[in-house]
Design a protein around this ligand. Structure first.
Ligand SMILES: *[C@@H]1O[C@H](CO)[C@@H](O)[C@H](O)[C@H]1NC(C)=O
Ligand SMILES: *[C@@H]1O[C@H](CO)[C@@H](O)[C@H](O)[C@H]1NC(C)=O
Length: 371
């Protein structure tokens, strides 16, 4: 199909429109409502050297039933991240495949695209490779605290090639790394959030749940769910937590979390949370947000968390880290603009990278006001 000419409008302009679902909500709704179809038909056609499957995917599609009032158009467009077009080399590799065939084994490239702003990724019309010797997962509750079989992961993209390697990583590697020990379920993971820590920044789940009427914290989200332990501990309290996980540090976090019986949501920290306004009882996040991201990201995440929480819902900011007095100069003013009520607030030195880094932790529990 490669040489076919596609009549599509000028690309950057068009892509902005196609991405309206993920990006334009707060920017230019009026423009969109005004009628994208009108603009599509007026824009000049343009030859592109993007992969044929990408051009096909991003071209507006005629609705068989004609004009539809839900979509305010007689066409629909499928969303992709606006940065995809700037990442041509990776996009080329990602979108070049045999239709109906087996997808390239390219988890490294697809995650690289996603983390560079090509999010959501375009869908593909190919089959991901099967897993050789796959076994059904362990039943609940055995799956919560067992190492999954190696056959549940396609290991190509990862540094380790089996779970034994991941589990023992912290014993072999001296350097600092996020989550270096979190695949070892008999190590630190086992003792998190259960009230056995002396550290004041370690709130226990029982303490947090006790802030609300029993049973009223039922559903929620863990942003940056790590290896899934928070969600597992909450599930043991009958709270359903979805965990966002990307496969950082050469590790199959998504597979691991799923094997533990937790829903892994494959979205980055940069994307609008895919939940409707005012729906979740609790949002937790640990060790994800920090001074290593731009300040405006921190503020955007806070507003987004506020949006998805129901009135009276809890936001547990767990071990947010920053340097020196940044808390007061940068972060407190941002937190205060959002309008949460403050229930718990503890700061503490972060020492894992050395005291000379002058890093601090903040653990806090916020509540979205009832009105
Ligand atoms: C894909 O497979 C389906 C079913 O076998 C077939 O009908 C279709 O023509 C194939 N499409 C392409 C583009 O090869
Ligand atoms: C969770 O729910 C089950 C079934 O309703 C119940 O038997 C159990 O006591 C609950 N556990 C907790 C910790 O609330």
């Amino acid at each position: 199909m490669g040489t076919k000419k596609f009549r599509i409008p000028k690309l950057p302009f068009f892509l902005v429109l196609s991405n309206v679902v993920t990006l334009l909500l707060c920017l230019n709704v009026v423009f969109y409502i005004d009628g994208p179809a009108k603009h599509f038909s007026r824009a000049p056609p343009l030859k592109t050297d993007f992969p044929a499957e990408f051009v096909e995917y991003t071209s507006p599609k005629k609705l068989p039933g004609g004009y539809n009032s839900h979509y305010r158009s007689d066409t629909v467009s499928y969303p992709v991240g606006h940065k995809c077009v700037d990442l041509k080399e990776d996009l080329e590799r990602y979108m070049t495949y045999e239709v109906n065939g087996t997808c390239p084994d390219d988890e490294k490239i697809s995650q690289r695209l996603l983390l560079s702003g090509c999010e959501p990724l375009p869908r593909r019309r190919c089959h991901n490779a099967g897993l050789r010797g796959y076994e059904e997962p362990l039943p609940v509750p055995d799956c919560f605290w067992s190492m999954p079989p190696d056959s549940s992961v396609s290991w190509t993209a990862y540094t380790c090639k089996d779970y034994k390697c991941l589990k023992n990583r912290h014993r072999n590697v001296g350097r600092y790394d996020d989550c270096i020990d979190c695949f070892d379920l008999n190590y630190h993971e086992k003792f998190r959030w259960i009230g056995v820590s002396n550290s004041p920044a370690d709130f226990s789940i029982d303490r947090v749940l006790a802030m609300k009427k029993p049973g009223t914290i039922r559903i929620g989200l863990d942003i940056g769910g790590s290896s899934g332990t928070f969600a597992v501990r909450m599930r043991e309290k009958n709270v359903t937590i979805v965990a966002t996980t990307v496969n950082l540090n050469g590790s199959p976090f998504s597979n691991f979390v799923a094997s533990r019986g937790i829903v892994p949501l494959y979205v980055s920290i940069f994307q609008r949370l895919p939940f409707f306004d005012g729906t979740l009882d609790i949002v937790h996040t640990m060790n994800v947000l920090s001074h290593l991201f731009p300040d405006d990201l921190f503020q955007l995440v806070l507003f987004d968390v506020y949006r998805v929480l129901r009135p009276g819902g809890l936001f547990w900011l767990d071990h947010f880290f920053y340097v020196g007095n940044q808390l007061w100069t940068v972060y407190v003013p941002l937190i205060e603009t959002v309008g949460f009520d403050k229930l718990l607030w503890v700061t503490q030195r972060k020492l894992d990278r050395g005291i000379e880094k002058d890093e601090m932790y903040l653990s806090a529990l916020f509540q979205k006001p009832m009105e």
